[in-house]
Design a protein around this ligand. Structure first.
Ligand SMILES: [Zn+2]
Length: 500
């Protein structure tokens, strides 16, 4: 092992990491507390940092160092660091500066056109900007390289190694079962109790802090702040930022927002100290990161044992609104299955149908089989087929997500993969942690956090997603554990006859 060569590589890798941390902290600041007049100055600060990062990634001396290391026998962790940075540098080199600038321009034009189209309820105002963004994404796919399917090159950015040809049959099987379950729930005639009243925001925030603390989030190595859209930023395992938003008329968005973001936050706090500050301190895919937020939010946070532990505390904070509600009623109220046309408000059962819809349409658009002008019609038709209804208008339909306004294509499948991985992981945790649910019902969440930390968080991205999950559970990607979980839970909640 040539230690001088390694030292050179490690220095470059760690510096890039610090530069990224600084850039993302500026972004966090922008979302939480930047004075309104400062956004232009902030834009310039971020742009300079991004340029420095790009320059360093494309530095020929980095390429030389990586090439020289190819001849060295490296231990697995170091080999993974080299693989990771080499992939990133190669990607940066393949995208010329003119393309990067053109994308940035098309993104701000896309966002502006999308906002206008929403305001005027006119999709045609957004269509030309979307067309430009799609053309740039096709160009990006060609620049990055692919085996004949452009969508795969974009998917690979979020889910390394995933292929749309493998995802489509998985989504088809999943959609068939989800539709059946959703129809049976609709036919059951059961309605979920309403949650009504005034919920003082400061008290909600107190409760959310208690929840994330119980989950094992370390507030001396992290924060919980407010922002318009909840998100999590991991600067370093000792500095993890969660944000959340609050509504006075309903505490549920804040509660499940906090649990969701905390799931991401535990991942970021859980990287082993030896990989902190290296490029291995990250999830191997967006889907696996999302599996952690979804596992906590839905599989744990919407379970009856969880609320047996935490509902009394919530009742104490809001005695007028919740004092007369039984824990079983509250549990039913956080598990309502309805017909939301909006993805972010969808329940666990129909959520992945929303994703199936987006995957079908964006893959067709990138392949050139669907023109932007035809998109609203295709959206409404696919929505009818998958969800059983079409939206009232384009704002509630095709214009609802910000992703395409930015030209982000290939991102949506990660949400569903997160749900599927969450169920696989929880199955294994149930097998390995004695009396897991009984402990949860006493508010003991640390055994689960410890299990996840050891199996998923600590290794970071030393291995890819499939290998990480297989090492943790012995299982590979499948829709079956997720479907079994849904049938068991909603079968009981809605009194369904065993329909399988
Ligand atoms: Zn998330």
């Amino acid at each position: 092992m040539n230690e001088k060569l390694w030292g050179d590589f490690e220095g470059r890798m760690r510096d890039l990491r610090e530069l990224r941390s600084a850039a993302s902290l500026l972004g966090w600041d922008q979302e939480t507390c930047l004075p309104p007049r400062a956004s232009e100055a902030r834009g310039r600060q971020v742009a300079v940092l991004e340029a420095v990062i790009h320059e360093r990634l494309c530095d020929p001396r980095l390429a030389d160092t990586i090439a020289a290391l190819a001849g060295e026998a490296l231990p697995p962790d170091r080999a993974a660091m080299v693989r990771q940075l080499s992939r990133e540098a190669e990607r940066a080199r393949k995208l010329p500066e003119a393309w990067v600038r053109a994308l940035a321009r098309a993104q701000s034009a896309g966002l502006a056109a999308w906002r206008q189209a929403r305001e005027a309820h006119r999709f045609d105002l957004f269509a030309p900007a979307l067309g430009k963004l799609l053309a740039l994404r096709r160009e990006q796919a060609d620049l990055l390289g692919h085996g004949g399917v452009r969508y795969d090159a974009l998917l690979d950015i979020y889910e390394p190694g995933a292929r749309v040809a493998a995802l489509q049959p998985l989504f088809a099987r999943l959609s068939t079962e989800l539709r059946r379950l959703a129809e049976m729930i609709a036919g059951s005639g059961r309605r979920t109790p309403a949650i009504e009243g005034r919920f003082e925001v400061a008290r909600q925030e107190t409760f959310c802090r208690e929840l994330v603390t119980a989950m094992g989030f370390d507030l001396t190595a992290g924060r919980l702040d407010r922002s318009a859209h909840p998100f999590t930023l991991g600067v370093h395992p000792t500095d993890v930022r969660l944000t959340n938003r609050y509504r006075e008329d309903d505490p549920r968005p804040a509660i499940f927002g906090a649990i969701h973001e905390c799931g991401h936050g535990l991942y970021e706090q859980g990287f082993a100290p030896v990989i902190a500050g290296t490029n291995l301190a990250d999830a191997p895919s967006f889907g696996l990161h999302e599996s952690q937020s979804r596992l906590w939010e839905n599989l744990v946070g919407r379970s009856l044992p969880f609320w047996r532990a935490f509902f009394p505390g919530l009742q104490k904070l809001f005695p007028e609104a919740l004092g007369n509600l039984a824990v079983e009623e509250f549990h039913a109220a956080v598990n309502g299955v309805g017909h939301s046309p909006v993805r972010v408000e969808a329940d666990e059962v129909t959520y992945n149908l929303h994703i199936a819809l987006r995957l079908a349409l964006e893959a067709a658009m990138i392949a050139g089989d669907l023109e932007p002008a035809e998109l609203p019609g295709a959206w409404n038709e696919t929505s009818r087929r998958l969800l059983g209804f079409s939206p009232r208008d384009d704002v509630e339909g095709v214009l609802q997500d910000i992703h395409w306004a930015w030209g982000d294509v290939g991102y949506f499948p990660s949400y569903t993969l997160g749900n599927l991985y969450a169920a696989i992981l929880l199955d294994a945790a149930e097998r390995e942690i004695p009396n897991l649910w009984e402990r949860v019902s006493h508010g003991e969440l640390l055994p689960l956090r410890e299990w996840l930390r050891r199996k998923i968080h600590a290794p970071g991205r030393q291995r890819d997603t499939e290998e990480t999950v297989r090492a943790a559970t012995g299982e590979g990607l499948s829709e079956r554990p997720f479907l079994a979980y849904l049938w068991a839970k909603y079968g009981e909640l809605y009194g369904l006859a065993r329909g399988r």
